[in-house]
Design a protein around this ligand. Sequence first.
Ligand code: HEM
Length: 408
Amino acid sequence: MQKDFFFQPFTAEFARDPYIIYSRMREDFPVYYHKDWDMYLFSTHEDISTLVNDPRLLRTLEHEMTASELASKRERENWQASPNFSRYVRVNILDSEGELHDRLRRLVFRVFTVKRISLLRDFVQHLVDERIEEVIVLGKMDFIEDFIAPIPGVVIGKLLGVPEQDRHLLRVWSERIVRFYEPEKTEEDTRKAEEASGEFADYLINLAERRRKNPEDDLISELVVAESEGQLNKDEMISTCMIILMAGHGSTIDVSGNGMLALLQHPQQMEKLQTQPSLIQTAVQEMFRYDSPLPFFHRFMSEDMEYKGHKFKKGTKIGVLYGSANRDPAQFKNPDSFDIERQPNRHLAFGIGSHFCLGNHLARLNMDIIFTSLLQHFSGLSLECERPEFRIGLASRGLKSLPVSWQA
Ligand code: HEM
């Protein structure tokens, strides 16, 4: 009975081990109605793959609204209180559907092809080598803060076209802006998110003007050309750059930390990867599956529909627990074991369907280089605390810190 169980993800217990709860949901409440959120949660691999692939399930229904419906919705949601954040962050590829989504996705897709992303290999390698050189003599570090956190902002900066001397700014902007989505954000967090959105937007507008005069081989130059051809407007250009940073920055830090922890907790797997580096690709996929950094997304039903005997009204909000799907025994053999050779590995860490992660090649390239290089240079890596703490939350899963040591 659903009344015996209440899904409460904002607790230390859930942060410690969400997988016990996900397992209970898959077994006993595969369609779970969360009363406080007025949302149906789905947790099995089969349901999530089917529903997210269903064209009647959408990220937003805003594209179907009239201008006045949209204006009153936004007023109810208090968009006017954070004008920069609302203008440049809330309307983006991920949160759009229909013509807007297709148009923006097509433009960004050009920059995220395997071929284009593989051109970043040497750049990422150099960055990782620099980090290794800086810490290796120390014998210990916080893997999150001392090693990984500075990397993704710089890589995304390079991809966007942010000049080298300014790339460090992206980490700060990203961290401030995403605080807005925290369930327990303070007024100060909201103020800083708004301020950072304004600063980042001003910076991008200025950069776009410079690229208009002197184009380079980067995303912002491509978007400037597309804008001048009328393929997107200026606000869409800015919000596209912003979502790329927001989507790729924290998730890369989190999955690297979660993957590192998985290796430290499974020393035989770590040793196997160290002696057989050619396993890196399946190992990285397993890191994404085993402890996914973005375990929860939502959809809306765009019409009345029936699914597995349940009737849903148009507008019903559903939550998809990708993190749970990735541990579903109906899809994965021994789902709770960490197996760097797992194949097939049809995980949903990058989603599925029309919003499938555009940054997946980049995310995997980063992880490939980071873990190959780390295991090549560090020996005797071990965990320096009993149980590293995960942040409390549902939409993202990552460690607060990860103290590690090695033989220096
Ligand atoms: C590092 C780990 C990453 C994970 C686990 C991840 C996961 C995801 C997921 C699950 C979605 C789909 C959301 C949904 O179903 O509603 C998504 C979308 C997206 N991701 Fe990623 N992502 C990662 C990294 C990146 C990177 C590095 C970038 C770019 C630099 C990026 C850019 C995007 C964009 C632009 C979308 C929106 C696509 C659309 O709506 O059409 N992601 N990501």
